[in-house]
Design a protein around this ligand. Sequence first.
Ligand code: SF4
Length: 185
Amino acid sequence: MLAELAKEVQNCTKCNLAERRHTVVFGEGNPQARMVLIGEGPGEEEDRQGRPFVGAAGQLLDRILAAAGFKREEVYIANVVKCRPPGNRVPTRAEAAACIPWLFEQLKLISPRIIVLLGSTALQNLVDPQARITAMRGQWLVSKSGIKIMPTYHPAALLRDPGKKAPVWEDMQKIRDEYMKIADE
Ligand code: SF4
């Protein structure tokens, strides 16, 4: 069960991010979601509240989801690492490698049909360490188990560069179309 896994992760000290965290940000949403969105890691506000995507980037993600016709509570939202990297730096490969088995267990329990990778940290740790988000975004990938995977920009990147809003909107429309297709199955 997802709740049992969440309880187990609360005590995790598998990497050095455990030392300075205030909370473990496990992830949240519909435990039977057909779509899971995966970001990089908790920021300051997420670390304080213990919830993913609740800071400025999270508020933008909520607006993007709503504009595409999704309710936040119908999807599931998580990150590559569950504890805040100091100063919001990118998690190291070792930190991501230590944490990602938790995410894989989570995904096994949720069993989504679509995974949206938000930004290069998610893309590089879940698909290919050499992959570049600028080259891969907007393209459907398919996992060995048949899950459809769409990389797109992280909302924090949109806050820094509003020019990325149009490509994200294009990607969200493809995601919405695919989601509607599986809803009918
Ligand atoms: S980031 Fe992940 S692996 Fe590292 S301590 Fe937190 S929960 Fe454990």
